[in-house]
Design a protein around this ligand. Structure first.
Ligand code: SF4
Length: 224
């Protein structure tokens, strides 16, 4: 199957069955999403959603967070991964939001990445989710699922995956395709053992195609 056909079928399927996917992180404004995404690195959304209510209650805006010490922020986020570093990043991020961006979360990818704790992936999430900019954030799920389906080829880094997806996806689907791939990777195309038996994408998935063709070869050898 041609790669362009895999893209077409991928977009057709999810446009019909998941037209409005959303992030599973809880937030009510751009500042809260930025905090939640910084916290979510190497951690689960479920865990982040457990700590953010108290954190947002104590630090409801960048002004209050900028005045905090990392030690105090740590007490609210101690159960997430890398709490020491993340506490420092959050306070540094809030200070920069106030000092350089008038308290507003910027939409520009380069400006976003100036802030502590904000790498390319986090910047892409903010740009696409908050500002609806066609940006593709590549996390472990996006990386794995895009590769298995065959939307990418020989893409060995997140940046390579991002570039290939950006090149082939229709522009209006880029921001939501990020959610399609994450949710599919989280619940069906899981890392250790993909649940192909219940997956609706088998008809155009490259990984499935390869697994099935190996099974056919094996059964022919056994019966021969
Ligand atoms: S068919 Fe299997 S490998 Fe392919 S996307 Fe579905 S779960 Fe993943």
């Amino acid at each position: 199957m041609l790669k362009q056909d895999r893209y077409r079928l991928f977009v057709e399927y999810f446009s019909e069955h998941q037209p409005n996917p959303v992030t599973e992180l809880n937030y009510t404004n751009p500042y809260e999403l930025l905090v939640a995404v910084i916290l979510s690195a190497q951690c689960t959304d479920k865990r982040i959603n457990q700590v953010t209510p108290a954190l947002f209650d104590r630090f409801p805006n960048p002004e209050s967070l900028a005045l905090a010490t990392p030690e105090e922020v740590f007490t609210y986020i101690r159960s997430v991964s890398y709490p020491n570093n993340k506490a420092k990043h959050l306070v540094g991020m809030a200070k920069m939001l106030i000092g350089e961006f008038k308290g507003e979360v910027p939409s520009d990818l380069n400006e976003l990445q100036k802030m502590p704790g904000v790498g390319r992936k986090t910047a892409n999430v903010i740009a696409s989710v908050i500002y609806d900019i066609p940006a593709m954030a590549v996390d472990t799920h996006v990386f794995r699922v895009a590769n298995r389906i065959g939307l990418t080829s020989n893409a060995r880094t997140p940046l390579a995956v991002e570039k290939q997806l950006m090149k082939h996806l229709p522009r209006h689907t880029i921001a939501i395709a990020h959610h399609w791939l994450i949710l599919h990777g989280r619940y069906i195309c899981i890392a250790r053992r993909p649940k192909c038996e219940i997956c609706p994408l088998t008809s155009f998935c490259k990984y499935y195609e390869q697994v099935m063709s190996k099974k056919v070869v094996r059964s022919v050898k056994v019966s021969g």
